[in-house]
Design a protein around this ligand. Structure first.
Ligand code: PLP
Length: 391
């Protein structure tokens, strides 16, 4: 037996473990202090009533001979793909049903999609970055290049014509920086990708937070994207499905290279290695797009948006530079006083009992920056901001 030695090239992900360790050490030493966690990337509100009711009725379907479901279609039930198709139509994007593939979440698809690409592709990601893009490619032995995201470019790096890339990852609105590309900026990326004959793997996991009309909810709102892009999306953040698990990937039918078609290859890959998402979960996901479901999930999103605004307003008041806070649940702030990410982590924990995520954990360019999230409760977000302002 030989194991995959590329795993040796993946840096140990100690970020959240280290955050948890330092936090619990502090709590142990200071049992009287109330620590507020604004570092979490997970949602906290329960599933919407419309989703719960769909789960219950789908579970009942499984108990009746006539409505029982066994294996479903590899690409997802038509009822869910039609709902997704209508959702895209509502922001001006026309998709064919067989361009939509339902999955158990964006993370799996972001990793699995690499099955359809040759090993000898050069990958371009931003720094800082959602670590999944780098680690999945490193596991497969691919070379990864970095585009510098920094204060000067507002953490939104633009393409450099001198850099040759084959697979380009764009996450907008971004995790961890909360920054979101305008439609004009995305058009530059699409033009660059088409010129280079590269593919853009567009992670739209946070599209639901977009309220600004100048921002694209989907890469397919951009002219030319159908020739160069694959989009990944998820029910995790829009509807709190982080524990329920459902997402989808969109691959235009014209996307291909060297006589091979990406859409067909993905179907082939999924039908070989994947047996679909549970019927009850797909029914729950479809409920997100009903009138009642939309009303309820938008109330939840507004709850998180209000938290994001509370944190962003605090940064404005204190004159702290940040990205995100609008169109995103993340606030990416510059550590005050020239502090390093971990130094600021300790400072905030020790003096305000607020926990966030050190930016350095997302890449070298994250050093000196810090991520706060809007996924906590309203009351605790208010309390955290009060403490930060006092400090
Ligand atoms: N993409 C980004 C940028 C994320 O931050 C996350 C989760 O936090 C995911 C994808 C994963 O989404 P899912 O829960 O659908 O696997």
């Amino acid at each position: 037996m030989k194991l995959n030695t590329h795993f040796k090239d993946i840096s140990e992900s100690y970020l959240f473990a280290e955050v948890a360790e330092r936090t619990s050490a502090y709590i142990k030493a200071n049992p009287d202090k109330k620590v507020i966690k604004l570092g979490i990337g997970d949602v906290t509100l329960p599933l919407a009533p419309a989703v719960i009711s769909a789960l219950h009725s789908a579970a009942d379907d499984m108990s009746v001979q006539e409505t029982f479901k066994g294996y479903g279609p590899y690409e997802g039930y038509a009822f869910l793909r039609e709902s997704i198709q209508n959702y895209y139509r509502s922001h001006g994007v026309e998709l064919a049903l067989d361009e939509i593939f339902v999955s158990d979440g964006a993370k799996s698809d972001l990793g699995n999609i690499l099955d359809i690409f040759d090993k000898d592709n050069t990958v371009l990601v931003t720094d800082p970055v959602y670590p999944v893009y780098v680690d999945t490619n490193t596991m497969a032995g691919r070379k990864v290049l970095y585009a510098c995201a920094n204060e000067e470019n507002g953490f939104l790096p633009m393409p450099d014509g001198k850099v040759k890339a084959d697979i380009i990852y764009i996450c907008s609105p971004n995790n961890p920086t909360g920054a979101a590309y305008s439609k004009a900026q995305l058009k530059e990326w699409v033009d660059y990708a088409n010129k280079q004959k590269a593919v853009i793997l567009f992670d739209a996991a946070y599209e639901c937070f977009i309220t600004d009309k100048n921002l694209a909810r989907s890469i397919f709102e951009i002219e030319g994207a159908r020739e160069c892009a694959i989009e990944f999306c998820s029910f995790s953040k829009i509807a709190g499905f982080t524990g329920t698990r459902c997402g989808y990937t969109v691959i235009p039918k014209q996307l291909g290279a060297d006589g091979l078609n990406a859409n067909k290859l993905w179907y082939r890959r999924q039908s070989t290695k994947f047996n679909g998402v549970p019927y009850i979960v797909q029914k729950a996901a479809a409920a997100v797009f009903t009138e009642q479901g939309q009303k309820e999930i938008n109330a939840n999103l507004d709850y998180y948006r209000r938290n994001a605004k509370i944190i962003a307003d605090c940064m404005d008041k204190l004159g702290i530079w940040y990205t995100g806070g609008k169109n995103s649940p993340y606030i990416w702030l510059k550590c005050p006083g020239g502090m390093g990410s971990w130094e600021f982590f300790d400072y905030l924990l020790n003096n305000a009992q607020v926990v966030g995520t050190p930016g350095a954990g997302f890449g070298a360019n994250g050093e000196g920056f810090f991520r706060l999230t809007a996924f906590g409760s309203y009351e605790l977000t208010l309390e955290a901001v009060k403490r930060i302002e006092k400090l």
